[in-house]
Design a protein around this ligand. Structure first.
Ligand code: NDP
Ligand code: MG
Length: 382
């Protein structure tokens, strides 16, 4: 029996995690659920999965939830203090981090310090503070199991002896703008960018998939998770999203993991590891399928090259790139800036930043706050 806490239970990954739990209720106990403000879905999830604790980031939402659940014995808390208490609860053994954005960093660190294992979907946390998070995990003897499909694929293909690995190959669908011209992309609306061809995900990651910033964040995520140099991490466009990523070994052999584009598989694997459990989800049938692989268009998708450059420089720069991107994507989603302005904002913020090589939490959070403020000002100037 695994006791879970799910941060971001009302989101795309959170809901699919509960689908996985629902198919194996004898294997899981849901101890805690957390979200920002979706009270309706949180109420439904609480009635179905009966957690002991629920946290709403938004205080008003927490009050409303309390009112609706007067008939239940459940502890409902709010804000970051509530989230931090929840992840450290004695009974919890695995925390699924499925919030969107760097907001996941502090609860992830708190969970690791309390000795919890992490099923990690929240890539922004590793991008912002990869060294700190991995060191904290090592110090506490905790494991960080990847939920992101590419990293789950690599994790499944990776042999113990890292010295025999030649390179990691992250696949990318190419997103909704793969076949657009640069002129069309300049005019692209949020509605177009939100139409992902293969995956149904939350809005922020869907925009990142259109710009390939998502793949850039994933390169940095892979660097930290698997301890590989950036020179040994490659990206290939694979529009069919059948091969979820690969590992090429020194002898030329390539191991790949294949599956349907269904996040429930990597989520389940992160929760069942080292075992594999059966499930009733639809399976991949390779008959009649075609698979193609191509080099990314670096000019059309400059975010990818920027992420490599930022990752190589390290220090506070990845946190800054991530924070500026979160702000710019939000501005684009609400129609305040155009699509090309996302990259311009992120790049300008990175160029302006004075990088620090301190890797403590306070330094990272200060850099993050500076980047958000600078990116906001850049967006407003237009
Ligand atoms: P969603 O936007 O669908 O969900 C985000 C979740 O986080 C919601 O439950 C939301 O609550 C909650 N949340 C948002 N802000 C806060 C906050 N300040 N405090 C606490 N909870 C908060 O995102 P996704 O599920 O798509 O993505 C989650 C993470 O997983 C991201 O880091 C993403 O990169 C990663 N990921 C997602 C994949 C996917 O297929 N969706 C694939 C691989 C990785 P509320 O509903 O109340 O707003
Ligand atoms: Mg991914």
């Amino acid at each position: 029996m695994k006791t879970l806490t799910i941060l971001g239970s009302t989101g795309s990954i959170g809901r699919q995690t509960l689908d996985v739990v629902n198919e194996a209720t004898e294997k899981f106990e849901v101890f805690g659920l957390a979200a920002a403000r979706n009270v309706d879905l949180m109420e439904e999830q609480i009635r179905r999965f009966r957690p002991a604790v629920a946290v709403m980031m938004d205080e008003k939402a927490a009050w409303e939830l309390k009112g609706r659940l007067r008939d239940r014995s459940i502890l409902i808390e709010s804000g970051m203090p509530g989230l931090l208490r929840l992840v450290q609860e004695e009974k919890v053994d695995t925390v699924v981090t499925a919030v969107s954005g760097r907001i996941g960093l502090e609860p992830t660190l708190a969970a690791l310090k309390a000795g919890k294992n992490i099923a990690l979907a929240n890539k922004e946390t590793l991008v912002a503070a990869g060294e700190l998070v991995m060191e904290t995990a090592r110090a506490g003897g905790c494991s960080i199991l990847p939920v992101d499909s590419e990293h789950s694929a690599i994790f499944q293909c990776l042999e113990e002896d890292r010295g025999s690995v030649h390179k990691l190959v992250l696949t990318a669908s190419g997103g909704p703008f793969l076949h657009m011209t640069e002129e069309e992309m300049d005019r692209a609306t949020a509605k177009q960018a939100l139409r992902h061809p293969n995956w149904l995900m939350g809005p922020k990651i869907t925009i990142d998939s259109a710009s390939l910033m998502n793949k850039g964040l994933e390169v940095i995520e892979a660097h930290h998770l698997f301890g590989m140099a950036y020179e040994a991490i490659e990206v290939l466009i694979h529009p069919q999203s059948i091969v979820h990523s690969m590992v090429e070994y020194q002898d030329g052999s390539i191991l790949a993991q294949l599956g349907r584009p269904d996040m429930r598989l990597p989520i389940q694997y992160a929760l069942s590891f080292p075992e594999r459990w059966p499930n009733p989800f639809e399976r991949l049938d390779l008959r009649g399928k075609t698979m193609t692989f191509e080099e990314p268009d670096w000019k059309k998708f400059p975010a990818l090259a920027l992420a490599y450059e930022v990752g190589r420089r390290g220090g506070t720069l990845p946190a800054v790139m991530n924070a500026a991107n979160e702000e710019a994507v939000e501005e684009f989603l609400t129609g305040r800036i155009s699509y090309p302005e996302i990259f311009r904002t992120v790049e300008a913020t990175c160029r302006e930043h004075k990088v620090s090589d301190n890797r403590d939490l306070a330094t990272i959070l200060t850099a993050d706050a500076w980047a958000r403020e600078f990116a906001q000002r850049t967006c407003r100037r237009g």
